[in-house]
Structure formats: C-alpha cells, structure tokens
Design a protein around this ligand. Structure first.
Ligand SMILES: C[S@@+](CC[C@H](N)C(=O)[O-])C[C@H]1O[C@@H](n2cnc3c(N)ncnc32)[C@H](O)[C@@H]1O
Length: 277
C-alpha cells in the first residue's frame, strides 16, 4: 500500500457511512467460546507460524518511528544522554533496526513471544549485543524484570502489539512494562484505530467481541478507541500526554481503491521524577 494523500491527526473517531454502519451492525454472531479459548491458548504458536511463513518479508521497516515520534529525540534531557529503549513485541525488528541505524546513542531491549521472530532479530547484521538485547517474553505472563532491570528504561515502544493481545490481558502487559520504565519515562503507542478499513473488511464469522477480530491465520486484532486506550493506561497508573487518531488514505493496489486507514497514536508517561533530575 502507498499513501495517496497526506495524513491527518484528529481527536474524533472516523465517521462511518450508512453502508459501513449497516455492515458493522449486521455482525452479531461471535466466534464460539471453545474456538476463542483455543485462539488464546495458541496465540504464541500462531504468531510463530506467521514468521515461519513470512520470515522477515511481511512488515516494512518503520522509518517513521523517528520521523513521527519526534518525542524520542525530545526524551533526552541533554543531547549526549544515552537512551534506553524497550521495544515490546518487536517482531523481526522493523522498528528497532532503523532506529539503531539513525541514532547511535541508544540501547535497545527487544522482546517478542515468537521464538522465530527473536531469532530473526538476533541474526540481523545490525544486531550487536553492545547496543541491543533481544529475548523471548510473553508480555502477558513473563516478568520483564527477568531481562530488564527495574526502572531502567527511558522509552517503551508498543507498535501494533497491544492489538494482538486479548483485551482482558492488555492491562497485564501495561503493568509489566510499568515496572521496567523509569519514573518520568514514556510509552509511545501506535496501533489500529476504531473504524480502520481493516476492521470493516472482516467477514462474518471472524468477530471475537467488541472491536476484536480474528484473521484467517489465527492472529487477532483489536481496534482501539482513544477512550478505551486512555482508560487502560490511566487504570495502570500512567498519565496521558497525547492520544490522537491518525487518518490516512492509502491505495490498495489489489482492490484498486483508496481506502481509509485509521491508527491511534498516543504517548503516556509514568508519573514521578526522572532519575537524572
Ligand atoms: C504486528 S506485529 C508488530 C511487530 C513490531 N512491533 C513492528 O512494528 O514491526 C505484532 C507482534 O506482537 C507479538 N506479540 C503478540 N502478542 C504478544 C505477547 N503476548 N507477548 C509478546 N509479544 C507478542 C507478535 O509475535 C508480533 O511479533
């Protein structure tokens, strides 16, 4: 997909057409409890199989991380400060390697629950243990402090990861990252937003719950409203700094259409003094 228009930041959710509203409203049947439990049990396996099929070829490098998240640079209190970053749910490293290339003064912890994804990160020619530490971790149940010292991280990035987690377990992920984040540290979040084109394309039989769907390959996707996300972070003790929808028209070459993409881009902080101040 390529962008056919600029992107717009907005605080209001995308307004649906009547046809889109009807389509969303007509999907009342949810996937059975049995299948939902199976999907939850096999979440890690399904993502690992995703990387077996796609290897490192599926996601594009996310060069926008530094471009759009100017905060990353602004996170430094002084220019020569080394930043410690945790990329939670790193996949094969599409976010971290462009960052490591761009910014020499950064140390990156990167974790994912797919062993294959972590292996791909470690095999990347840009991976070096002096600047990066990749490890396997299920963010909903494995304590991050087994690999990352408590309160040591300046910035956590959560990029298209929380949407893959069951909504009942999202809070566990935030509690886990909260422990390794420094007081004053920040979480940069970007993920699927409510009424994104992908949400409207799911066929009946793929709905798991409100704003929550399963793809053909068994991986799941939640579509976030800003209110839901803010409540989730605030309940875990974070403060909201920014929380906006990003609207973008992209060309879907297969469908020959310009389609409306919606992402939620947000920033939360852990209250308290930063250790260096
Ligand atoms: C859409 S990919 C995004 C990867 C990467 N952040 C990026 O932007 O390219 C979602 C990733 O989240 C990982 N993931 C999903 N649930 C997880 C969990 N409970 N713990 C750790 N990683 C998880 C998946 O294995 C997958 O690599």
């Amino acid at each position: 997909m390529s962008s056919c228009d600029g992107q717009t930041k907005t605080s209001a959710a995308r307004v649906l057409t009547q046809e889109e509203l009807d389509r969303l409203g007509s999907e009342r049947t949810l996937v059975s409890d049995f299948k939902q439990m199976k999907l939850e049990k096999e979440a890690q396996k399904n993502w690992d199989l995703f990387y077996k099929r796609n290897t490192t070829n599926f996601f594009k490098d996310r060069h926008w991380t530094t471009r759009e998240f100017e905060e990353l640079k602004a996170c430094r209190e002084f220019e020569s400060q080394k930043l410690v970053l945790l990329e939670a749910g790193c996949g094969v490293g599409n976010c971290i390697f462009p960052l490591l290339e761009d910014d020499l003064n950064i140390f990156v912890y990167a974790c994912d629950f797919s062993p294959r994804a972590v292996e791909f990160v470690k095999q990347n020619p840009l991976y070096c243990p002096e600047r990066c530490c990749a490890f396997q971790c299920d963010l909903t149940k494995d304590d991050l402090m087994e690999n990352v010292p408590e309160g040591s991280v300046d910035v956590v990035t959560l990029i298209f990861v929380l949407s893959a987690v069951h909504p009942d377990k999202m809070k566990l992920v935030l509690e886990n990252i909260n422990k390794v984040l420094k007081p004053g540290g920040i979480v940069l979040f970007r993920d699927y937003g409510l009424h994104d084109h992908a949400m409207l394309r799911f066929k009946s039989g793929n709905k798991l719950g409100e704003n929550f769907y399963v793809r053909q390959d068994g991986t799941r996707s939640y579509f976030f409203s800003k209110e839901f996300l803010a409540e989730l972070f605030e309940e875990t003790g974070f403060q909201s700094v920014a929380n906006d929808y990003v609207l973008r028209e992209t060309v879907n070459k297969k469908e020959g259409l310009c389609v409306p993409r919606v992402f939620l881009q947000s920033k939360f902080t852990k209250p308290g003094q930063s250790q260096s101040s």
